[in-house]
Design a protein around this ligand. Structure first.
Ligand SMILES: Cc1cc2nc3c(=O)[nH]c(=O)nc-3n(C[C@H](O)[C@H](O)[C@H](O)COP(=O)(O)OP(=O)(O)OC[C@H]3O[C@@H](n4cnc5c(N)ncnc54)[C@H](O)[C@@H]3O)c2cc1C
Length: 459
């Protein structure tokens, strides 16, 4: 099969689908190559015991830019619901509402910790930090809050102590950088409603990517599911893409696959020093354990956040509590346990996670599950790890990727960024905007990349 298109998009996650839809709507011929048998990437949903579940807790945040939210409202109609946030976070032996609320914190936190957090707030201006995740957060939030919450969570999420994580991680993830800003937020909230509400589709988060895929196909994009790109031959006036089914010629390629994977597939490949740099960029893996609970809803909460070191589980979500849907059965529920890990370690290889489920619930003071079934999904590349020194490796790889004629990399793993779905979609929109009538607009893309650098991840 020899096929050609103005644009070939690698990956049908939200970034690739948003780009494919926008480009097809503009009249470009578009082919999407997706390795998985379904669209959506990490934002896809699927069924466990007849209940739609996500790849871990997923919400569409109110920080979503208005033009994206408008498009999603048009595509999803009434199925896009506005929901109140109803999560809890374990701090020591206490549960506090998450996102945090001032009055509740004052009531529930152990008095000693509360006093130390208060003292840290007073001494904040005098603190200076080292350029690491630990140093930055100890200086801004204070040692008490850092040690109680962020330090153990970092080890679980990224597999490293905060001292070995670059300060960029703090900038990208922690949206309030001083105790005063946190206090202001706790009392006043954020004007966009972030922390109080979120948006979620009736049929699971993946309904977002499903409607984007449908819209792209309706606009003329050709969707090749179950078709991995295996080689990318970059020539002066076109790019040839190999798949197990044949070859495709593209005027331009948008790659949303992990940037190191792009380096492995490209022909000619990068110089040896860039290949080495690509090999040093690490991704954290995740095992998702779906526990089917019989007897109706397990709790009324949407998610339980577990930063403490007594379990490797970071979060437990109950997908049916994220939405109102008559499709969700009354006699059972599914809980999703997120367990960050490394490919090949004990968690990754374990073949029975029922003890982990039971032990985590017992240690966290949560109700037990009446376990009917366990379903496990293993994701090898979930979080980019910002180990100290990563920035230099990424810069070299990114500069090489940027030099490939006719190829543009973006998306969460395509840019090695911890971005949300709305960020990924915004990248797709901006990439199509840079694909002008006169060809690729490098200046517009540079400006877009500067905007992406300011993305802050919402939890
Ligand atoms: C645990 C967890 C919780 C999250 N919670 C939220 C949340 O609450 N809110 C939020 O907004 N975001 C959340 N996110 C982030 C969200 O999932 C991502 O931002 C989003 O899916 C990124 O989209 P993407 O298109 O960049 O990449 P992806 O979704 O990773 O899609 C990339 C696609 O490329 C495909 N691919 C890879 N290699 C090839 C190849 N060689 N050929 C063809 N195809 C290939 C993959 O199969 C995949 O479908 C969460 C992520 C995780 C892991």
């Amino acid at each position: 099969m020899a096929e050609s298109a103005d644009l070939v998009v690698l990956g049908a996650g939200p970034s690739g689908l948003a780009a494919a839809w926008r480009a097809a709507r503009r009249g470009l011929s578009v082919v999407v190559l997706e390795r998985a048998g379904h669209p959506g990437g990490l934002s896809a949903s699927f069924e466990v015991a007849g209940i739609r579940v996500d790849h871990g807790s997923h919400r569409l945040h109110p920080a979503t830019p208005p033009h994206l939210l408008r498009d999603l409202r048009e595509l999803l109609g009434d199925d896009l619901q506005q929901r109140p946030r109803n999560g809890r976070l374990r701090m020591g032996d206490a549960w506090v509402g998450f996102p945090l609320k001032a009055g509740e914190l004052a009531r529930r936190l152990p008095p000693g910790l509360l006093a130390r957090v208060g003292l840290d707030a007073l001494t904040a201006p005098a603190r200076r930090g080292s350029p690491t995740y630990a140093g930055t957060l100890r200086a801004s939030l204070g040692p008490a809050l850092y040690e109680a919450l962020y330090a153990p969570y970092a080890v679980k999420l990224w597999g490293l102590p905060g001292e070995e994580i670059d300060e960029d991680q703090a900038r990208k993830r922690v949206t309030a950088d001083s105790p005063w800003k946190i206090a202001r937020r706790l009392f006043r909230g954020r004007p966009d409603g972030q922390g109080k509400i979120f948006y979620y589709p009736r049929r699971g988060f993946g309904q977002i990517v499903d409607v984007l895929a449908d819209a792209a196909v309706a606009a003329g994009a050709r969707m090749r599911l179950g078709t991995a790109c295996t080689r990318i031959v970059v020539e002066a006036d076109a790019v040839r893409l190999h798949t197990p089914e044949g070859e495709l010629t593209a005027g331009h390629v948008f790659s949303t696959i992990p940037m190191p994977a792009l380096a492995r597939l490209a022909d000619p490949g990068p110089p040896p020093e860039v290949t080495e740099a690509a090999g040093r960029l690490r991704f954290r893996a995740m095992v998702l354990v779906y526990a089917v609970h019989q007897g109706g809803r397990w709790t009324s909460y949407d998610a339980h956040y577990l930063p403490g070191p007594d379990t490797p589980v970071t979060r437990i979500s109950e997908p049916a509590n994220y939405r109102r849907s008559a499709d969700d059965p009354a006699d059972r529920s599914v809980l999703c346990f997120e367990v960050p890990c490394a490919v090949g370690d004990d968690i990754w290889r374990a073949d029975d996670h029922s003890e982990l489920v039971r032990d985590t619930l017992a240690r966290s003071g949560l109700p037990p599950v009446d376990l009917a079934d366990l379903v496990v999904r293993r994701l090898p590349q979930v979080y980019p790890v910002y180990e100290t020194g990563y920035a230099a490796h990424l810069r070299g790889l990114d500069a090489w990727a940027g030099s490939l004629p006719g190829v543009t990399t973006f998306g969460r793993l395509g840019l090695f960024a911890h971005d949300n779905t709305h960020h990924a979609m915004a990248m797709g929109y901006d990439a199509v905007a840079a694909l002008g009538e006169e060809g690729w607009d490098a200046g517009a893309w540079r400006a877009a990349r500067e905007r992406f650098a300011g993305h802050v991840v919402e939890d």
